[in-house]
Design a binder for this molecule. Sequence first.
Ligand code: GDP
Ligand code: MG
Length: 260
Amino acid sequence: QGKAAEASSSSKKPIIIIVIGMAGSGKTTLMHRLVAHVQESGKRGYVLNLDPAVTNLPYGANIDIRDTVKYKNVMKEYGLGPNGGILTSLNLFATKFDEVVGLVEKRAPELDYVLVDTPGQIEIFTWSASGAIITEAFASTFPTVVTYVVDTPRSTSPVTFMSNMLYACGILYKTRLPLMLAFNKTDITQHQFAVEWMEDFEKFQDAVESDKSYNANLSRSLCLVLDEFYQNLRKVGVSAISGAGMKEFFETVDACGQDY
Ligand code: GDP
Ligand code: MG
């Protein structure tokens, strides 16, 4: 009974999708699209907004940090600027995160996906204790996948692409969770160039080295590091605006969930 019961109960667990990415990469817009797709495909989703500073949330959230902490009040109360206000709001929310996980656990048997939006500024989530606490709380209870949203049109320069990928690599190291890249805004720029760079080491190295303003030895070493990083990395092209790539997105999530 033990193993079978375990297997059937664990297969009922929803997959947590934590959406991370640089400010403006399109996390919130993509969330909106993902939530709509989950509904349209007859799956059951649960939606969390962890951005205390968002003014217009285009999707309905089951749990919204803004209901618990008012970031403008936090700024005033603690004498902080906007970034400090957002960070402190997230810290305050993190102290109660076990309650959030409890709520999700109660609903777990009837859920397929839990979608989590994070603050606009990436480092507030990735370089804070509260981001780590929230990620850990989920990951210790449910299969959890990190989706790193890439602003594709803004990553076409080899050097920008490289820095973006090194950042993603850092996230993999910090979270130690299955990571997938979502190349967003493919309605503006197709992500084919990125796929080519990721799959053909020499193409990427040539592209990076064509920019002579950087130290060639360092560039070469970084390319090698990234080549290794790409080996086990899943990627998908999406457009939050047009809705392209949604089916592939969830296929990739499911594959990552298997890795968990
Ligand atoms: P966030 O800061 O990562 O949450 O980014 P937002 O979702 O707020 O989006 C930032 C900007 O990018 C907005 O102006 C969006 O309309 C735009 N955007 C987001 N996704 C797409 C996309 O797939 N295609 C295009 N063309 N624009 C997008
Ligand atoms: Mg946002």
